[in-house]
Design a protein around this ligand. Structure first.
Ligand SMILES: NC(=O)C1=CN([C@@H]2O[C@H](COP(=O)(O)OP(=O)(O)OC[C@H]3O[C@@H](n4cnc5c(N)ncnc54)[C@H](O)[C@@H]3O)[C@@H](O)[C@H]2O)C=CC1
Ligand SMILES: CC(C)CC(=O)C(=O)O
Ligand SMILES: [Mg+2]
Length: 361
């Protein structure tokens, strides 16, 4: 079969890591008799450079015509990049938020998987991580603080900034249903994370999640306050199966979770709507500090491409082949610098992509 994949190479390390994911996708296509055609799309800094804005209407329209999108991260160094001289609504991040909203990508799945082979790169005590672990963060992606009304006003010579956090029942229900559906196929446990001891939006979140939980009597549900959750992720990550949470909490907790899996360079991400369409990208940013050096870890992007095969194209065998190839390469001791540990062989971005392709033979 042929699939049309929109490719947003992005900024910073984006083009380097996307290149490797495209290579691996093509290899999977070759091995299993599929073809992928690629539609290059601009978002973020690259779009500002070309068109003066971080996302054009034409790009949104072309993205809609794709079966799925593969993306590298966007953005730059806020201190040095001219993009950050622009007003906030014209900066790279505004383009990312806009495409998520335009394509209704409300469900963001971030699998926090510690491969057994990477236990050496995990900062937790070995007894907490032996055998690896695997939990799924289900982050709401098109509501909450990042999409609320914001303004900065000056009152009596004093600046005051406002950001508003709103959720309605429908938004909470649809993400909760996704989380319970996924938990049903996994270890049947949902930890719903909020700040219901303080926030009204979290109290509504809790009420709706409880209603949804009644429809899934086979799935265990617990509530956890977000500050405790941040602590539990490093205290005992094995306790989690599906972590369901709102936009900003999920953003922060997923970066934290990435470090217990070894590196942000390992954490894949799928952003889904109500259809088979999805946008697949690494969970981390454009890493301007290492861009252009050929040392970024491409595995999160490659695993995101595997998620694309699984969720958007129903190609489970092909996705398994990519994930197994990643595990093999790690087992053989090859590491990019972010996951390097004693006795392993350090390789660069391109070599990691090549090795993963070779293991898919
Ligand atoms: N989805 C997206 O496109 C995202 C974009 N950003 C943007 O990225 C830019 C940089 O943000 P930061 O806060 O520095 O976060 P970042 O995630 O880009 O980098 C944080 C640290 O992780 C390292 N890192 C990230 N990805 C890596 C990889 N694949 N391999 C090895 N090391 C890796 C970086 O070198 C850096 O030391 C900002 O403009 C920010 O807005 C941030 C997060 C997500
Ligand atoms: C612009 C940000 C919300 C991007 C980000 O940090 C993320 O999606 O993880
Ligand atoms: Mg983030």
């Amino acid at each position: 079969m042929n699939f049309k994949v929109g490719v947003i190479r992005g900024d910073g390390i984006g083009p380097e890591i996307v290149e490797e994911a495209v290579k691996v996708l093509n290899k999977a296509g070759e091995a299993f008799g599929h073809t992928f055609s690629y539609e290059e799309l601009l978002l973020g800094g690259a779009s500002i450079d070309a068109h003066g804005i971080p996302l054009t209407e034409e790009t949104v329209a072309r993205a809609r015509e794709c079966d799925a999108i593969l993306m590298g991260s966007i953005g730059g160094d806020a201190k040095t990049s001219p993009w950050y001289q622009l007003e906030p609504s014209k900066r790279p991040e505004a383009g990312l938020l806009k495409i998520r909203k335009e394509l209704n990508l409300f469900a963001n799945l971030r699998p926090a998987v510690l491969y057994e082979e990477l236990e050496g790169a995990c900062p937790l005590k070995p007894e907490l991580t032996q055998g690896g672990f695997d939990f799924m963060i289900m982050r709401e992606l098109t509501g909450g603080l990042y999409f609320g009304e914001r303004k900065t006003v000056e009152e009596n010579g004093v600046l005051t900034a406002y950001d508003s956090l709103t959720y309605n029942e429908k938004e909470i229900r649809r993400i909760a249903v996704r989380a319970f559906d996924i938990a049903r196929k996994r270890r049947k446990k949902v930890t719903s994370v909020d700040k219901a001891n303080v926030l009204d939006s979290s109290r509504l979140w809790r009420k709706v999640v409880e209603e949804v939980a009644k429809e899934y009597p086979d799935v265990e549900m617990e509530h956890m306050l977000v500050d405790n959750c941040a602590m539990q992720i490093v205290k005992n990550p094995k306790q989690f199966d599906v972590v369901l949470t709102e936009n900003m909490f999920g953003d922060i907790l997923s970066d934290e979770a990435s470090m217990v899996t070894g590196s942000i360079g390992m954490l894949a991400s799928a952003s889904l709507n109500d259809t088979k369409f999805g946008l697949y990208e690494p969970s981390g940013g454009s890493a301007p500090d290492i861009a252009g050096k050929g040392i970024a870890n491409p595995i999160a992007t490659i695993l995101s491409a595997a998620m694309m095969l699984r969720f958007s194209f129903d190609l489970d065998k092909e996705a398994d082949a990519i994930e197994n190839a990643v595990a093999k390469v790690l087992k053989e001791g090859y590491r990019t610098i972010d996951i390097m540990s004693e006795g392993c062989t350090q390789i660069g971005t391109k070599e990691m992509g090549d090795k993963i392709c070779e293991r898919m033979q």
